[in-house]
Ligand binder design. Structure first.
Ligand SMILES: [Zn+2]
Ligand SMILES: [Zn+2]
Length: 348
């Protein structure tokens, strides 16, 4: 009996020990889980913050890239505006520019400065830019402009306090743009004949009235009266009938003159030099024709009707070249036999 009681007590003790031990294991597991949970939470929180930072940085990189591209698109627009404004000023005042390149740079840079103020206001971005060079290209209807640009986006943002997640961004480059001068007005007729009372123009055409005949008479050029009531195109448009000798085919010359096209020419002035009042220059330029009024007379001679010949230093004669006839009246050009007649296929 004593032994039995002894065992009973022993078993009770073991059970109690097991109960206590189970409790300890439970507390241990709970503690481990809790710590794991805490570590995981911290990790997830960190990951989320990092991710948010990365998202913000990536959004800001995208925005910065967008602003750069947007600004680059605006540069040639602003610069062409400057050239257009200057050409309008030359035409209105009938005064040539002293140095086209200097004037174009000056006005372009003023306009770029204004644009940069807008970018600072709208995007909190600091831009420095200036037109540094103006060059002719192999196509006389294009002018190559090089513009220095530096763009800085500061890490600090005045509108937010959480500036610590932003990086400073920087872009610097020389942007190169070919500006097409088609659509601008030809200043030469205005500078040579624009002060005469009989000179006039509409949206497409210049009407010389008596002005050109007087101009040629002053230069003692034969048969200057052939240019009374002559016309010439106002707006610069590149002639698509290239090679030019096709002007002799069917009605090509008629279409060309009615539309008022300009043609590439080594002797004609480029647009930059035209703004300075030059009808010819050392650059590869362009020419257009001056159309005498229709006539029923034949075998006439007068000054060659290419604008760089008419307004040039050594004006030479051309012979009548009929390109269209209607109701006994001929539409003509005066073209020199070996030069312009050959170039435009009008020698047959
Ligand atoms: Zn043409
Ligand atoms: Zn030139």
């Amino acid at each position: 009996m004593k032994l039995k009681k002894y065992y009973k007590i022993k078993i009770k003790k073991i059970k109690k020990f097991q109960r206590n031990n189970n409790g300890n294991i439970f507390i241990g597991i709970t503690a481990i889980l809790l710590i794991s949970f805490l570590i995981l939470s911290v990790f997830i929180l960190n990951f989320t913050i990092e991710n948010e930072k990365e998202n913000i940085n990536s959004i800001e990189n995208d925005q910065f890239e967008y602003i750069i591209q947007d600004y680059k698109r605006n540069i040639p627009i602003v610069e062409k505006e400057a050239i257009k404004e200057l050409s309008e000023e030359v035409i209105t005042k009938k005064t040539p520019l002293f140095d086209s390149k200097v004037e174009i740079k000056k006005l372009s840079n003023e306009k770029l400065k204004q644009l940069n103020i807008e970018y600072l206001k709208n995007y909190n971005i600091q831009i420095n830019s200036s037109l540094t060079s103006i060059e002719n290209t192999s196509d006389p209807f294009d002018i190559r402009l090089k513009t220095y640009v530096s763009i800085v986006k500061n890490g600090k943002d005045n509108n937010r306090e959480s500036s610590n997640i932003k990086e400073e961004k920087f872009y610097e480059n020389i942007e190169e743009n070919d500006i097409n001068i088609e659509g601008l007005k030809d200043p030469i007729p205005f500078l040579k004949c624009g002060n005469d009372w009989s000179f006039s123009y509409n949206n497409t055409t210049i009407f010389y009235g008596e002005s050109l005949a007087k101009y040629l008479e002053d230069k003692e050029i034969e048969n200057s009266s052939a240019y009374i009531n002559s016309t010439t195109p106002l707006i610069i448009k590149k002639c698509p009938y290239d090679p030019y000798k096709h002007h002799g085919d069917a009605n090509t010359m008629k279409i060309c003159r009615d539309t008022g096209y300009f043609h590439e020419s080594a002797d004609g002035a480029c647009y930059i030099c035209r703004l300075e009042g030059k009808s010819g220059c050392n650059h590869y330029g362009f020419e257009t024709f001056i159309n005498p009024q229709s006539t029923n007379k034949t075998n006439l001679t007068a000054a060659c009707g290419s604008d760089h010949v008419i307004f040039g230093e050594n004006t030479y004669p051309g012979i009548e070249c009929i390109y269209y006839s209607y109701n006994g009246l001929n539409e003509i050009l005066f073209l020199d036999k070996n030069g312009h007649r050959v170039k435009y296929g009008m020698n047959t």
